[in-house]
Design a protein around this ligand. Structure first.
Ligand code: 26Q
Length: 821
């Protein structure tokens, strides 16, 4: 007899039943005495039940129809919280709220129980999360692969204004969203050596022997799209010891010693590296990369083999693999190893399959952030992969490079997969371009610079491989979830189709001239500022007025992002207020959120300097309400969701040519925060969309930066020529702010003695002038609100749905596969 199907309906009563059942039978709790956390878990599980049904259907349909799938390989997924997003995307928010309400529970209070899933550093990890949302929303068959880190990005605290890091145990109590898939466990080899063997036909075959084994256990997290039945999964690998770990020792009775090996194996997925530029040559990082790549490729190959009995040449027609930066680039030699060593394919056939399968996204132009591995380390951990890389390199240099530039050793040096100067290194970026059919930049300017500078020789050789795919963000999380009030106003005004077709936001354009609409838009902004003011009070103990201009810089702390340029302006203003107390200056709150890599000394010095200036300014009675400076600790996705809707001004002030794209710039503009920014990354395209009258652009352009450096940049010239600037720098580096004049010497030295590598002094006056223009504009509230509305209306281009559909069309050649009810 088939059992009666359980009630997975979407009505309030069905949801109520599910939640109660999970409380009682999954959690063993009494409805009367269950904790808030129990209610949160039971609610997640009730939603998960409904989602899983669609996940299974999606998987079955994708398998049966035999369509090509994309496999997104990323070391990072910065997912944030999942419950509210899943509720809003699946249309269950209202009914769940009502169901809980009838049981005396407030859904919005429960949402705060959820720890952030912070498995990423910043932009690149959050982009992966936005892409997963869009892939499900636009019905593309996709799987995200990554690492199941036990500890995500560290929790940040300030002690005496200095950053202190704590582990982020997001998983300590488990997570209701993830499901273990032990039947898809994989085994991975590492270390060992390579021997030449011959097969039955006398053909040489390399064998990788005497290796150490590691197991990978997959955890699946369902990804719910908006108004779509496609539920793709994010599959994260957890490292485990091989089952018969160190059996010998075990048998001799050294039970505890044997368990040490188990602990070592498990360190592989223990913690996310907290750098967003290269951590130089750490073995564990390479092991992490290979571990998750080998598990993922084995999983993809398993699916190819069970699904069909196709020749290997058909592999690319079933599987596209996207490399999120070079971090998973070891997938290229790994697929070669599988095809050549394990499956016995001829080299050239295998290489063609590789190139057709892989595509690579570059996220940086910073030379120090380009991944390189020392050949000796690589050889020890992955000896066979190094041989394969050497062979790829030799065929390439003697083939295509020699054909195009005969006898040109300079070209060979620049294109080689191996850097030979100052020790031998594997260049992962060159490997990625060569082993794939497409390399894309993440904004128009960034792509141009990739072609003209970083990959100029590759571009000359293979111009058709390069393309631009400007980043995007999911408008569901970054408007519908984080700003439901504005989302509702928009829907009331232009209908709700904008949630799937962001270009329709342009229909808001004429409403900028409607005073009634403006008043409602402005009220929503002010209400968010009241909420943020409360958070600032609780977190920083600083009282701020919601009528002040909220000026926001939220992003990783990096010299190239120039939080210290922002600080120079703040200190300049502080002085002006003291010198000229009656000046007509609109009150302003400078709000920062940023984590510094734990080993990045100067970034930490900048955090300390901002906190020290904040402490002085906020407590100076001469300043009063005119100026407040707050650094919110532990910046993360869930905090961004509270800051962004409350922001008036968005700081996007990187040195031109340094920020590949930026995505925070898009989130803030969407929520009606005007940009003050340089012509860098996607700011250029934001200006094109919103119009130059609705953005504050300042500073040197990429071309001017190049010119200035060519003629020789000397920050002292600017220091001596500009008295305000000189006073500002001298004041920061005096004992005024901390009582110790030594404290901010590192910052001062970087700006002056070390040549100001990011040109803060060169852009200082232009920035200060642009800030004065912001102040003047804000005083005309009608004008400001109009500009804000036009930002919301005109940034539809930056929906990640558009980005993902472009990838599907131009890179992956994927069909959209709608899933029925
Ligand atoms: C590499 C090697 C070893 C350890 C860490 C790393 C590492 C980790 C993370 C290197 C880089 C990252 C992250 C980079 C990143 O977030 N880049 C940002 O990507 C965004 C999405 O494309 C862009 O919008 C930003 O401009 C870019 O800075």
């Amino acid at each position: 007899m088939t059992p009666a199907p359980c009630d997975l309906g979407n009505s309030k009563d069905s949801l109520k039943n599910s939640i109660i059942n999970h409380l009682r039978f999954t959690l063993g709790a009494y409805v009367e005495s269950a904790s808030k956390n129990d209610w949160w878990v039971a609610t997640c599980l009730a939603i998960r039940d409904r989602v899983m049904d669609h996940a299974t259907k999606s998987r079955t349909l994708h398998r049966q129809s035999g369509v090509r799938r994309v496999h997104y390989l990323s070391l990072e997924y910065l997912m944030g919280r999942l419950l509210e997003n899943n509720l809003r995307n699946s249309g269950l928010y209202e009914s769940t709220k009502a169901a809980l309400g009838e049981m005396g529970k407030d859904l919005d209070a429960l949402l705060d129980c959820e720890p952030d899933m912070g498995l990423g550093n910043g932009g690149l990890g959050r982009l992966a999360a936005c892409f997963m949302d869009s892939l499900s929303t636009v019905n593309l068959p996709a799987i995200g692969y990554g690492i199941h880190y036990e500890f995500g990005l560290f929790r940040q605290e300030f002690v005496n204004g200095k950053q202190v890091e704590h582990p982020d145990a997001w998983m300590r109590d488990g997570s209701p969203w993830k499901i273990a898939r032990p039947s898809y466990r994989q085994t991975v080899q590492l270390y060992g050596r390579v021997v030449q063997k011959f097969d039955d036909c006398g053909h040489p075959r390399s064998e990788w022997v005497e290796t150490k084994a590691l197991l990978g256990l997959p955890w699946d997290i369902p990804i719910v799209g908006y108004d779509s039945h496609t539920v793709n999964v994010l599959r994260l690998w957890q490292a485990q010891a091989d089952e018969d770990f160190n059996f010998q020792v075990f048998n001799e009775g050294s039970y505890v010693e044997a368990l040490r090996d188990k602990a070592i194996a498990e360190t592989v997925s223990k913690v996310l590296y907290p750098n967003d530029s290269t951590e130089s040559g750490k073995e564990l990082r390479l092991v992490q990369q290979y571990f998750f790549v080998a598990c993922s490729l084995a999983d993809i190959v398993r699916r190819f083999k069970v699904g069909y009995t196709l020749p290997w040449s058909e592999f690319p027609s079933k599987a596209a693999i996207q490399l999120n930066d070079t971090h998973p680039a070891v997938a290229i030699p790994e697929l070669m190893r599988i095809l050549v060593d394990l499956e016995g394919l001829p080299w050239n056939e295998a290489w063609k399959i590789c190139q057709e399968t892989f595509a690579y996204t570059n996220h940086t132009l910073l030379p120090e952030a380009l991944e390189m591995w020392s050949v000796s380390l690589f050889e020890r951990v992955l000896p066979r992969h190094l041989q394969i890389i050497y062979q790829i390199n030799q065929l390439f240099l003697e083939g295509d490079v020699e054909a195009k530039w005969p006898g040109d050793s300079e070209k060979k040096r620049s294109l080689s997969l191996i850097e030979e100067r100052g020790g031998k290194y594997v260049r992962m970026a060159n490997l990625s371009v060569l082993g794939s059919h497409a390399t894309n930049g993440v904004a128009a300017l960034h792509t141009r610079l990739l072609c003209e500078r970083l990959f100029a020789d590759f571009y000359a050789l293979y111009p058709d491989r390069f393309l631009n795919l400007t980043n995007g963000i999911t408008f569901r999380r970054w408007l519908d979830v984080c700003n439901p009030q504005l989302s509702a106003l928009i829907t009331e005004t232009i209908g709700e189709s904008w949630k799937k077709n962001a270009d329709l936001l342009r229909n808001l354009d004429p409403h900028a001239d409607d005073p009634a609409f403006r008043a409602r838009y402005a009220k929503i902004k002010r209400d968010h500022k009241v909420v943020l003011a409360k958070i600032i009070e609780d977190e920083c103990g600083v009282t701020v007025s919601p009528d002040a201009l909220f000026d926001v810089q939220i992003k990783r702390l990096h010299e190239y992002k120039r939080q210290h340029l922002n600080l120079l302006n703040i200190v300049t203003l502080y002085r002006e207020i003291l010198d000229n107390p009656n000046a007509d200056f609109h009150p302003r709150v400078f709000i920062f959120g940023a984590k510094a890599a734990p080993g990045y000394f100067l970034a930490k010095n900048i955090i300390h300097a901002i906190n020290a200036v904040a402490a002085k300014v906020n407590n100076d009675p001469r300043v009063g309400d005119k100026l407040k400076v707050v650094f919110l600790p532990n910046y993360r996705v869930s905090l961004a969701e509270k800051i962004i809707p409350a922001s008036d001004l968005s700081e996007q002030i990187s040195t031109a040519g340094k920020e590949a794209s930026g995505t925070g710039n898009m989130k803030l503009a969407l929520n009606g925060s005007l940009t003050i920014g340089t012509l860098d990354g996607a700011n250029v395209e934001i200006e094109e969309e919103v119009g130059s009258e609705n953005i504050f652009i300042f500073g040197l352009t990429v071309e001017e930066v190049t010119e200035l450096r060519a003629k020789g940049y000397n920050p002292w010239d600017y220091y001596w020529a500009n008295e305000k600037l000189r006073n500002t720098i001298d004041w920061i580096s005096s004992d005024y702010f901390t009582g110790n004049a030594e404290e901010f010497q590192p910052l001062r030295r970087s700006l002056l003695d070390h040549g100001d590598p990011y040109l803060c002094l060169a852009d200082y006056q232009s920035y200060v002038d642009a800030q004065a223009k912001v102040d003047a504009t804000y005083k005309d509230q009608d004008k400001w609100v109009k500009m804000a509305i036009l930002n919301t209306a005109r940034v539809g281009k930056f929906s990640s749905d558009r980005t993902i559909l472009q990838y599907a069309e131009k890179v992956w050649n994927l069909p959209q596969v709608p899933i029925g009810e």
